[in-house]
Design a protein around this ligand. Sequence first.
Ligand code: ATP
Ligand code: MG
Length: 283
Amino acid sequence: MIRIAIQKSGRLYDDSIDLLRRCGLKLDNGKGQLKAKIKNYDAEVFFLRNSDIPQYLEDGVVDLAIIGENVITEKDADVTHLLGLGFSECRLSIATPKEMIYTDIKSLEGAKIATSYPNTLKRFLAKNNVNAELHIISGSVEIAPNIGLADAICDLVSSGSTLFKNGLVEQEIILESEAVIAANKKSISDKSEEIEEILFRVRAVLKAEENRYILFNVPDDKIEIVSSILPVLKSPTVLPLMIEGWSSIHTVINQKDFWNVISQIKKEGAEGILVLPIENMIL
Ligand code: ATP
Ligand code: MG
């Protein structure tokens, strides 16, 4: 039995549920429950508050967790980071009001900084030999300078639009973060096979996300030139069409090459190009 923690509601919830589903772990709508059994797999999912997850993981209440790296760092949890998941990307930054003169980190000497990430911020300031006063608040940190509560803030940023709206300028990036799968240290040895099986599935899902299945038709005399353009896994599949002299080519290409490849093969005579998402990819 493997126990997996995910955030019970909030920013990581939908992507976490979606990842489990794509790994073939079916769970009834978990909202509002503390824990749910997976119907078709020997696992349980715990729905916990984000900030509680590192402790539960460290203590071995759960074996695995889907959690923002930033939370693990803040709690300084003794857990093992296994795999980055590519969602909930953000950074922990220091920002100051746009009127404030900021030259470098030393400009924060003696300043009052509002944050929900005191430990990470303290470590950063200590490393840079800056003494500042921390004002710990649990939410809406970005309004603190406007209401006279602080001179600067340290908060999570993704697009930066919240900072902009509040007249703040990002000055220092303390930490980059994304959702990760992390594990309890003892579980890694005690349940190595079960954890490896989950990781195997997650990797297949992530790999699939990076790639697209494409198929298109070309005249037979173009098969060679078009194939040479395709950055393929092995060699493309070529199937004859009913119409004499035409074939259909099927292959998998990486998302990042995608538009480049499409425009080149179009130029070489590819027609009826279809692009499909891939559910899983096992190499
Ligand atoms: P709880 O589950 O205890 O209510 P919370 O309110 O901190 O925790 P959310 O705001 O739902 O939880 O999610 C916060 C997490 O989402 C962060 O820890 C971080 O990993 C991720 N995240 C990604 N982008 C951002 C962002 N722009 N602002 C805040 N969090 C972000
Ligand atoms: Mg919340």
